[in-house]
Each structure stands twice: as structure tokens, then as C-alpha cells.
Design a protein around this ligand. Structure first.
Ligand code: NAD
Length: 257
């Protein structure tokens, strides 16, 4: 068991990457605090983990709210006696997110509050808990779009994920000597709710797939496996990385036919 004796807090755990990670981490021995806004789906993840013999609990929190982030970390400590893995994964892609001219200030602020401030608040409250446990691993979900310009604009989302990458590097450097590793998981385009709602026609999907050397969307469970590596001691000398799990998209100039 690669996470035996560890407590992992995962945000956005009711769906997609967070859900698959909650199931996988628990199957590897972690006690999982599944955090999300969606209560029913969050409880369903916990029930699935418990049915498989694992240990988990659900906490409703909005990662853009300071008090909610403080409460979710306290819940992990109270229920499971510590915190070793903090997976800041919750994120949104707003349907009104477009180019700089068309995107409203409201969409910009909402996206920044959840995708960027949410990671900051997770760290603000999570780092003292990781310290008390003698160190641990933080994984922040960024995106390939933080590294590449896209012709399909989503200015707020792209900027928020760029911020996550920059913040991850600084966190990694600042906390390295206290045994806290911090890495950014950079998924390529995935076949999850978040992206499929945005690419809502076959034409839009194919337009995106043209750029992926592997010629397919990634799956949430492929991200969970990468997150498991970053969460576990197998990555004990890995910190500050931009960890691409993207079907080759960030290496591509021209993709094969
Ligand atoms: P998803 O929509 O399936 O899951 C995201 C979860 O986050 C949902 O359960 C949602 O309820 C939750 N959430 C949203 N706002 C929240 C808030 N304020 N507080 C707490 N929970 C909140 O999406 P996913 O594809 O699994 O995305 C997970 C992460 O991966 C996101 O940060 C996303 O930006 C990133 N990502 C996704 C893709 C992709 O193609 N799907 C690519 C790169 C990066």
C-alpha cells in the first residue's frame, strides 16, 4: 500500500480527477477527506470507498472561502488525526470565459477566486497541518494551458492556471527544508465533465484533438495515477515540478496524421 497510514485531503473530489484520486488513494491505504460543493456526489464517493473497505469522509467546502478552507483542514485533522497529502484540485471553466474583450469582470473574478485563490487558501490552512504531521506532499492541479497559448480563448482560466504554476514553484522552494514537497499536476485535455461541457460539439472536440499527439482525450484515472505518484514516497526527491500528463500536447509542434 503506497499511502498506508496517510491522510489525504482532496478538493473537487465529487467528480473527475478528484473523484478518481479519492478512490485510488483510499485503495492504497490513505484515509481520504473528500471535499466538494456537491454534497450528494461527494457522499457517493465516500460510500464507494467504504464499500471497498477503505476509510473516507466528506466535507462540504467552497475553496474560494477562507473559513471553509480552515474548516476542511480542521476536519481532516480531527477525523483522521493529521494531514499528509493536500491535493488542491477543485477548479472551474466558466462558459462565459472567452477572449479579453468578451470576458466579463465577474467571470474573471469567479475563476480567479476558485482556481487560484482556492489553491492559496488550501495551502494557507493546509501547510501548518502538514508541518504538524512532520511534512507531506501538496499537489496543485494546473493545466497544459498554463504553458501554451490556445486559439480557443479562455483568458481567465489560462491566467488562473499560470498563477497556480508560479505559486507552486515558490511554495516548493520556501517549504522544501521542512519536508513539504509541492508539485503542479498539468493534465492535457481530458474526457471529464469540465472540458466536455466547454467543447460541446463534435467539431470543437476534434478541433482540440488535432493538437494531441496521442489523438485522444486523457481520462481522469490517468491523472489519479500521476497524483498518486506525487502523493507517495516514490516521488521523495520531486518538488517544484510542472508534471505534465498530457498525451504529448506540450511537446507538439505538428502532430502526426
Ligand atoms: P470536474 O468538473 O469533473 O470536477 C471538478 C470538481 O470541483 C467538481 O466536483 C466541482 O463541484 C468541484 N468544485 C468546483 N468549484 C468548487 C469550489 N468552489 N469549491 C469546492 N469544489 C469545487 O473537473 P476535472 O476535469 O476533474 O477538473 C479537476 C481539475 O483539473 C480542475 O482544477 C481543472 O481545471 C483541471 N484540469 C482539467 C482538465 C480537463 O481537460 N478536464 C485539463 C487540465 C486541468
Amino acid at each position: 500500500m503506497r499511502l498506508a497510514g496517510k491522510t489525504a485531503l482532496i478538493t473537487g473530489a465529487a467528480s473527475g480527477i478528484g473523484r478518481e484520486s479519492a478512490l485510488l488513494f483510499a485503495s492504497e491505504g490513505a484515509r481520504v477527506l473528500a471535499v466538494d460543493l456537491q454534497e450528494e456526489a461527494g457522499h457517493a464517493v465516500v460510500a464507494e470507498i467504504e464499500a471497498a473497505g477503505g476509510s473516507a469522509s466528506f466535507a462540504r467546502a467552497d475553496v474560494s472561502k477562507d473559513a471553509d478552507c480552515a474548516a476542511m483542514v480542521a476536519a481532516a485533522q480531527e477525523q483522521f488525526g493529521g494531514l499528509h497529502v493536500l491535493f488542491n484540485n477543485a477548479g472551474i471553466m466558466d462558459s462565459g470565459d472567452d477572449d479579453a474583450v468578451s470576458t466579463s469582470e465577474e467571470v474573471w473574478e469567479r475563476t480567479m477566486a476558485i482556481n487560484l485563490k482556492g489553491v492559496f487558501l488550501g495551502c494557507k490552512h493546509g501547510i501548518p497541518a502538514l508541518r504538524s504531521s512532520g511534512g507531506g506532499s501538496i499537489i496543485n492541479t494546473a493545466s497544459f494551458v498554463a504553458q501554451l497559448g490556445a486559439a480557443t480563448p479562455q483568458i481567465a482560466y489560462t491566467a488562473s492556471k499560470g498563477g497556480v504554476l508560479a505559486m507552486t514553484r515558490e511554495l516548493a522552494v520556501v517549504h522544501a527544508r521542512e519536508g513539504i514537497r509541492v508539485n503542479a499536476l498539468c493534465p492535457g485535455p481530458l474526457r471529464t465533465e469540465l472540458l466536455m461541457k466547454f467543447l460541446d460539439t463534435e467539431e470543437k472536440k476534434q478541433r482540440r484533438l488535432v493538437h494531441v499527439p496521442m489523438g485522444r482525450f486523457g481520462e481522469a484515472d490517468e491523472m489519479a495515477k500521476a497524483a498518486l505518484y506525487l502523493a507517495s514516497e516514490e516521488s521523495s526527491f520531486v518538488t517544484g515540478t510542472t508534471f505534465n500528463v498530457d498525451g504529448g500536447i506540450t511537446s507538439a509542434y505538428v502532430t502526426p496524421e
